[in-house]
Design a protein around this ligand. Structure first.
Ligand code: GTP
Length: 370
């Protein structure tokens, strides 16, 4: 079994984090999100993966190479311009020799991929789509199916009270190779909006695999924060375990655990080589990357700090995301939905605006295709 991971999007909603870091390389507890997705595939016995890349591909390739470090075979097909979710598959058709998974690069889920393979084999369609149930489907693509799971239609973002189902497309597909034949070449095509509905119209059998797994699209800052909170709350076990290359680099303390330092309010995650002044308070729900420094009297809660962040004395960080090498001056406040891009400096005593997006000047100038 092979897999394609779609990693070509620009990740505009996660800016400024994604100006220099493609979304798949955004860390989840110190490890790039994509590496965790690869770990899930490996656990399911899928070790031949093609990455459909386009935006900042070199950052991905520099980190993963040919995949041998993590015991997988990883290859890359880079789009000169975005081809959409189906166009991207057509573009790498030469790499696909058998049935294959397609995964959106930004979905965090506990879905059991092996169980999905078994379901696909048993139900025998050209495509099996993972679906999950949500309370409010109005922001998603809904999948309408019959009692056997056969998909009848797709409804994009229906008003909440008119939605015919609360089962939504969860962004993991298992496809027969023949699906590639139905995608036109060299043009932008959406698999959700074009390929799947066209296949249904032509009478093909597509099946919905509905589960109640944990599922979150981490493509926005609020969801990115939520993903960390959910892992700290143990709503999701981060896969896989036991493989050092894919495990967390730091230390996670959950509520009820003993042995956390006095400055910690559980739950928290603290990376390696971190220096925290004993008079600072870290947590709850603080995720501190490697080599961060937290000054005297500073407070950090409900926040994610990537590696090498420097927090000055008496600063307050809450409901915020700070990318790598950010520095926050003495008594500054970074709160209420703020997102600070790589290398930005927040001057002492500054109180940043709610939901501010702060960028170091050099960041936006990076060439997107290198
Ligand atoms: P936003 O700009 O914030 O909407 O993020 P995005 O660009 O990643 O788009 P979206 O979240 O809708 O994409 C879902 C998944 O498909 C992500 O994993 C993207 O990387 C991927 N994706 C979207 N468009 C393309 C494309 O044209 N080519 C490839 N290869 N992947 C894509």
């Amino acid at each position: 079994m092979q897999a394609v991971i779609l990693v070509g999007g620009e990740g505009t909603r996660l800016r400024p984090l994604t100006y220099g870091t493609p979304k798949p390389m955004v860390p989840l507890f110190g490890i790039p999100f994509l590496e965790r997705t690869l770990g899930r595939l490996k656990e399911a016995g899928v070790d031949d993966v093609v990455l459909a890349a386009g935006y900042l591909p070199r950052a991905i390739e520099d980190h993963l190479g040919d995949g041998s470090r993590i015991g997988m075979r990883v290859s890359y097909v880079v789009e000169a311009s975005p081809l959409g979710t189906a166009g991207a598959l057509k573009n790498l058709a030469d790499h696909i020799t058998e049935s294959f998974f397609v995964l959106n690069g930004d979905v965090l889920t506990s879905l059991d991929l092996r169980a999905m393979i078994a379901f696909h084999r048993e139900h025998g369609g050209v495509a099996t789509l993972h679906a999950i149930r949500v309370d409010d489907p109005s922001a998603f693509g809904c999948i309408v199916r019959d009692a056997d799971g056969r998909i009848a239609s797709f409804i994009e973002k229906p008003p909440r009270h008119e939605a015919p189902t609360n089962e939504i497309n969860a962004g993991t597909y298992l496809l027969e190779r023949s699906v590639l034949d139905s995608i036109p070449a060299d043009c932008k095509v959406s698999i959700e909006r074009e390929t799947f509905p066209d296949l249904i119209a032509s009478g093909a059998r597509l099946v919905s695999y509905v589960t109640d797994d944990y599922w979150l699209d981490v493509g926005r800052p609020e969801q990115y924060l939520q993903a960390h909170g959910d892992v700290l709350d143990r709503k999701l076990e981060l896969a896989p375990s036991g493989d050092r290359a894919l495990s967390s680099r730091g230390r996670m303390w959950h509520v009820g655990e003993n042995g956390a330092p006095a400055y910690v309010r559980l739950p928290v995650f603290i990376g390696e080589g971190v220096a925290i002044d004993p008079s600072a308070i870290v947590g709850p729900y603080a995720v501190i990357g490697d080599r961060c420094r937290v000054g005297a009297g500073a407070e950090i809660r409900d926040a994610i700090l990537w590696d090498g962040v420097d927090i000055g004395a008496d600063a307050r960080i809450s409901d915020a995301i700070l990318a790598s090498d950010v520095s926050v001056g003495r008594s500054a406040h970074v709160t209420t939905g703020a997102v600070v891009g790589h290398g930005a400096r927040i001057a002492a005593d500054t109180h940043v605006d709610p939901n501010a997006r702060i960028v170091a000047k050099a960041e936006t100038a990076a060439s997107p295709t290198s």
